[in-house]
Design a protein around this ligand. Structure first.
Ligand SMILES: Nc1ncnc2c1ncn2[C@@H]1O[C@H](COP(=O)(O)OP(=O)(O)OP(=O)(O)O)[C@@H](O)[C@H]1O
Ligand SMILES: CC(=O)N[C@H]1[C@@H]2OC[C@@H](O2)[C@@H](O)[C@@H]1O[C@H](C)C(=O)O
Length: 371
């Protein structure tokens, strides 16, 4: 077990959009954020992305040697730029997520990474939660509680991550602990950027709709939006989580539309999924703080502002870093795992009782489950 008091933790996250690895330092005791430190980004090359994309949907046992080497190599490269690190939180690359079926699969060997870096690595954050009946996601909500404390929030507020998938956390900053009953309610809202990116690639050969430029020229096709909202996922009560491609049907819904209308409609689908999800919040939030790449899409942000009854702002407005928040989350969560503190609870993943998920691997390859 790690020494007591604050430590310097380094988190690494490679999200569902497969763009690369974010890494960021947080000084914390696993409860309070004392300081945010340096951060770095290591993009995946196009060739690497192609290998990872081909591995999506695969489970342990499949031949994943090439993808595994890419994930390990990219992490080793970006994480070795940091010095004086006490513990690393290594999320890994999600390849498949079926919490009520085969489980959840984050590619990446934490023991090998610990050996490569010479630093203890916490990894495999989601499996223990799934094994105990939880969704295994989202896990950032406990960190959102710490962020709410860090910004001195005094009223319930929401954090919204608009990555490949969207996820929303309602947090009561008065709660003494993130695992306290009623402190948090969190769930995936629906697809956010992933299907829109796929559309941009198919139609325009682009990675994404930069600045919402294409959507800006189109209009939302209400019929397609209604069909989208008919999906059973939206009627399910939270907690609930999604795999990256659970909504690939969206592309079919806009197949007949021109490029601009299709982009506007898919942007509208991502925003409307959030609005529908907001109805599950235990009380109206004071504001919605947006993190993830979608906050850089002014069309998506404008749709949210028009559809929600409270201020909607990027997390930068309160001094947080929306590009690094998930990497910071896994730094903070790693310290919790190493100290035996819970990382999820009934309100965040639907797990029966608060659980701390993850394995801790020390450099000499000893791996111990700390769940
Ligand atoms: N300037 C921009 N304009 C429009 N969209 C943008 C911009 N910058 C980023 N994005 C969108 O945000 C996406 C990346 O978001 P982010 O890095 O939060 O995803 P992720 O962390 O991989 O996903 P997840 O949180 O689901 O794991 C890009 O793929 C793109 O769709
Ligand atoms: C299984 C998985 O990797 N889920 C990711 C994904 O990306 C966004 C959303 O779907 C969220 O559920 C989660 O990531 C964030 C970091 C989380 O666990 O909070």
């Amino acid at each position: 077990m790690m020494r007591t008091g604050p430590v310097k933790a380094l988190g690494a996250m490679s999200g569902t959009s497969l763009d690369g690895v974010d890494a960021a330092v947080v000084v914390t005791d696993g409860v309070t954020i004392l300081e945010f430190g340096d951060s770095a980004y290591r993009p995946y090359s196009e060739a690497e992305q192609a290998v990872l994309r081909a591995a999506l949907g695969k489970w342990p046992g499949a031949d994943l040697a090439a993808a595994s080497e890419i994930v390990l190599g990219a992490h080793r490269e970006v994480l070795s730029r940091f010095e004086g690190i006490d513990v690393v939180g290594f999320h890994g690359q999600t390849l498949a997520h079926e919490p009520r079926g085969r489980g959840t699969h984050q590619l990446g060997d934490g023991a090998a990474l610990a050996d490569a870096l010479g630093v203890p690595v916490v990894w495999d954050f989601r499996s223990a939660d799934v094994a105990l009946g939880g969704e295994g996601a989202p896990l950032a909500p406990f960190f959102h509680w710490a962020c709410a404390k860090w910004i001195g929030a005094d009223k319930p507020l929401c954090f919204l991550n608009l990555g490949g998938v969207g996820n929303l956390t309602w947090v009561d900053p008065a709660a003494a602990k993130p695992e306290a009953p009623g402190a948090l309610l969190a769930f995936d809202t629906g697809p956010a950027n992933a299907p829109l990116n796929d559309l941009m690639t198919q139609r325009r050969g682009l990675a994404y709709d930069e600045g919402g430029a294409l959507a800006q020229q189109g209009r939302v096709e209400e019929g397609a939006l209604e069909l989208f909202l008919d999906e059973g996922f939206f009627r399910r009560m939270p907690p609930k989580s999604l795999d990256r491609d659970d909504f690939s049907v969206m592309l079919d819904l806009v197949r007949e539309l021109g490029d601009a209308d299709a982009a506007a409609t898919m942007t509208g689908m991502a925003a409307t999924a959030v609005m529908v999800g907001m109805e599950h919040c235990p009380s109206p939030p004071d504001r919605v703080l947006v993190t993830g790449g979608g906050r850089k899409n002014p069309v998506m942000m404008e749709m949210l502002r028009a559809g929600l009854d409270c201020p909607v702002a990027p997390v930068e407005d309160v001094g947080l870093d929306g590009d690094m928040l998930e990497a910071q989350a896994f730094a903070w969560l790693a310290v919790r795992v190493a100290r035996g503190l819970p990382t999820s609870a009934p309100g965040t993943t639907g797990v029966a009782t608060p659980v701390g998920g993850g394995q801790l691997s020390r450099p000499e390859r000893r791996s111990e489950s700390v769940a």
